[in-house]
Design a protein around this ligand. Structure first.
Ligand code: N01
Length: 541
């Protein structure tokens, strides 16, 4: 396709592809496009690469997928040379890795930082997207790829009086670049999802007093993080071909791990307890792989949930606090399970207290306190670990207009609709990476990102070879896919939880299970078959 050029009419810059976002998806997309001879430009609102790992700099932030697997597989040299230091990489190291990739593959010269994409309008006469940046500049593109991330629209809930609070208010998803020192402070932490659970132990070590405001108690498994030995790294490096193949094709969530071969009641009570114990000791996400029916059968799920509740009771010394920390509002795993280092033990510290805001919601925030049930909990600093408008939030912030001037927000008003999570009918040449309707957040994100980027790159090459201008999701294929995504989810326990997977954390957001839970291997095969059948279900012209 064409090199970057000025369009004759208005001398607007023009590219084959505009990519929105320079996180792990955006930078790999750029690398592939360049290698295939497409002209491409990435726009990124931050002043550096890394996406999630650029913004989420809160204390204790680290990945819950093991570092040797939470890494790109597209370059053999890269995966052999990069030196991960710990079993679970801390945020700073993942950010360093993203920067290393950007430098190693000379990507920065095609990335424009400090630039938000505000608008993208499709011109049906010319089949060109007109893309508007913050500041009003425009650029033309034949294709737009939204690499905007799934957990990138940090959400501060509306709490009465919050604006009157005199101290600093931080959000874990938009943390300052300079370290925040809590020494001597009384800190209030609102939110007990992964971010709150990771940051609480670190804040508690520094702060004079930490008050955790908990609406929903959460299941969390110890990370058992440790320094990686040379031997462990070598084992991975030697076995990468098989590890990566397994993660892509076999593992449901894109993580190489022993897969369960039986249900929870195929073992005796004692054996089952022994298995949960062993997995608790090993730590990490694979706790849920103990049995193959934990996400499907409530009674089976209860055995795992009861085990974790019993562990919380063992760890936390004050029985009333332990009881409050024991989750009982949702099946284990149906909200993203958390991975922690000493979270529950933190509540044994004399400077940490827990306030139940489920029974008594926060009444208001005053100049120096959080008021609950008439009691003022005095704090100097507030940390909001209140999550994100997930999966659709960052896409919704862009004014995207497709055929007939329809906006994507109008089309998705009742919930996101996509074909394969990749495209939405009525929006030709607009791709979404790890969008709703794909395994996305239920998987090792880098595995899913690489799969989507490669699929999109292949699709663009196919169009170029065929001399065609547009690709678009067909409406019927999209309807069938949406129905399939819902049907698969309905066969699981997931819709029972008020999770961000369901959009339930955002008041007014449609309650729909957004990711595809059929598994990454199954999904990849479907995508590959669709492509092999001439992009079945897509319309190409
Ligand atoms: O956000 P969350 P997160 N008043 O939405 C509470 C990934 N991640 O940033 O459950 C009071 O999970 C809310 O309460 P409730 C991971 O996929 C990964 O922690 O809605 N409380 C909940 O407790 C994760 O799932 C890693 O009742 C309010 C919390 O805030 C995802 O990101 C690390 C409230 C939000 O939890 C999001 O995690 C971090 C209100 N008005 C994140 N509104 C790792 O890799 C919300 N809450 C380890």
């Amino acid at each position: 396709m064409s090199p970057p050029q000025a369009s004759p009419a208005e001398s607007t810059e023009a590219y084959d592809v505009v990519v929105v976002g320079a996180g792990f998806a955006g930078i790999y997309m750029l690398h592939r496009l360049r290698g295939l001879g497409f002209s491409a430009r990435v726009y990124e609102q931050g002043d550096g690469v890394g996406g999630t790992w650029y913004w989420n700099r809160y204390p204790g932030a680290r990945c819950d997928v093991e570092s040797m697997q939470y890494s790109y597989s597209f370059s053999e040299e890269l995966q052999q040379e990069w030196q991960w230091s710990e079993r679970y990489a801390p945020q700073a190291e993942i950010l360093k890795y993203a920067n290393h990739v950007a430098d190693r593959f000379d990507l920065r010269r095609d990335i424009q930082f400090d630039t938000r994409i505000e608008r993208a309008v499709f011109d049906e006469r010319t089949n060109i997207w007109l893309v508007t940046m913050s500041g009003g500049r425009e650029v033309e593109a034949r294709f737009v790829v939204l690499a905007t991330g799934c957990l990138s629209n940090a959400r501060k809930p509306e709490i009465k009086g919050l604006e009157s609070f005199k101290g600093p208010v931080y959000h874990t998803g938009n943390w300052p670049h300079e370290p925040v020192d809590f020494t001597g402070q009384r800190v209030g932490l609102i939110g007990t999802g992964s971010s709150g659970i990771q940051s609480a132990p670190i804040i508690a070590e520094q702060a004079r007093q930490l008050t955790v405001f908990q609406r929903t108690a959460n299941f969390s498994i110890p990370a058992r993080n440790a320094t990686l030995t040379d031997e462990e790294r070598e084992t991975f490096r030697k076995n990468y071909p098989e590890i990566r193949r397994f993660a892509r094709e076999v593992a449901r969530n894109g993580i190489y791990a022993e897969q369960p071969d039986r249900g929870a009641f195929d073992d005796s009570d004692m054996t089952r307890r022994g298995k949960y114990d062993a997995r608790w000791e090993r730590g990490g996400l694979t706790f849920m792989y103990a049995y193959n029916n934990l996400g499907l059968d409530r009674t089976a799920n209860d055995t795992a949930a009861d085990f974790v509740r019993s562990k919380i009771a063992e760890i936390v010394r004050d029985p009333a606090t332990a009881k409050l920390l024991q989750p009982n509002s949702h099946p284990i795993g149906t909200k993203r399970i958390c991975i922690d280092t000493d979270y529950f033990a933190t509540f044994n510290r004399p400077n940490v207290s827990l306030v139940d805001i489920k029974a008594n919601p926060i009444q208001e925030v005053t100049a120096n306190a959080v008021r609950v049930a008439g009691t003022d909990h005095e704090v100097d600093t507030l940390v909001m670990a209140t999550g994100f408008d997930a999966m659709t939030g960052s896409v919704a912030k862009i004014d995207i207009r497709g055929r007939d001037g329809q906006t994507l927000n109008q089309k998705w008003a009742e919930g996101p609709k996509t074909y394969l999570g990749l495209m939405s009918a009525g929006f030709p040449n607009l791709f979404i990476i790890t969008g709703p309707g794909s395994p996305s957040v239920l998987s090792n994100m880098i595995v899913s990102i690489e799969q989507h980027v490669d699929w999109i790159a292949d699709g663009l090459v196919h169009l170029r070879r065929q001399g065609m201008a547009t690709i678009e999701a067909g409406s019927e294929a999209e309807e069938r896919w949406v129905a399939h995504v819902n049907e698969v989810a309905a066969g699981t326990l997931y819709p029972q939880a008020n999770s961000w997977y369901m959009g339930a954390n955002i008041p007014g957001k449609p309650r729909i299970f957004m990711p595809y839970i059929g598994g990454v291997g199954v999904y990849r095969r479907i995508c590959d078959e669709v492509a092999a059948k001439g992009y079945e279900g897509f319309v190409m012209e």
